[in-house]
Design a protein around this ligand. Sequence first.
Ligand code: DP6
Length: 331
Amino acid sequence: MPIRRATAISCSNIAFIKYWGDLDSSLHVPVNGSISMNLAELSTRTSVSFDPSLLQDELILNGEPIFGTALERVSMLLNRVRKLANISTSARVESQNNFPIAAGIASSASGFAALSLATSRAAGLSLGEKDLSRLARTGSGSACRSIPGGFVEWQAGHNDKDSYAYSIASASYWDLADCIAFVSEEEKPVSSSVGHSLAHTSLLQAARVADAPRRLNLCREAILERDFYKFAEVVETDCNLMHAVMITSTPPLFYWQPATVAIMHAVQAWRKEGLVVCYTIDAGPNVHVLCPSTQVEKIGERLRQLPGVIQVRTTHPGGPARLEESQLDMG
Ligand code: DP6
């Protein structure tokens, strides 16, 4: 077999209704559905080459060779694709992020989405969006939401077949922006994977999960109606519920820093003042401050003045995972 190579680009995403806890942790089938927005300016570009001269899979991330757990996670996804395509060739995976890894902005989401598309194409498969989303989910749950474009809902489902994501509105549907206020660029101390496995130890998780369908409905409606105030209320509630579960797990997980809390207070005060703005926070200390894109300069300026804010990065709704056609070589 000649070398077969494909390159794909995928956006990261920010969850408005969060995924926290698994029904099936090996396949990342979640206990509740979630809703997110792709982030156009935060992306991963991944090339996959199936090369008969390789003795084992290789992973190069931002120019550095990677071994251990990260390589194992990548090999597991490659194995699924090899099985589907009926091949046994090892692959070289070269991946580049344009944002810091593991600092509470989902690098695994864009990474596994780009990996799924590039690997399946390099293996000669043409998977549809649903099957690509299912494949990406097996690498990292939130990655299934980075396959479709714009505003995306992940239907929790019950098993590998019915747990996948689809677009509920295109990237251009709502002119929303995400001003990410970084208060730390360090790797988070406890990975999301470990966090998911602890969620059930919190007494609050059952209540959070039971009410998830209501929050999903509200959030979906708010997006489709472009109703920011309805959106702000449910997004902040959902974020606070997830962090309440984290804090009350055994052992407890505290992802917030003092600067995180200061930003939460500031955002609520700004909203009372009349600014159209709200926050959400993933498994890390950095705060995603959401607002209409017309407000980004004002919000960015205010965020930069808050103590502990290292930098603010502004992002907009992003499209689906895509192939870089010029790189496609099925020779
Ligand atoms: C807090 O998708 O990163 O960002 O499936 O173990 O890779 P794994 O977890 P991951 O979890 C994301 C958790 C979250 C909320 C969300 O994005 O929905």
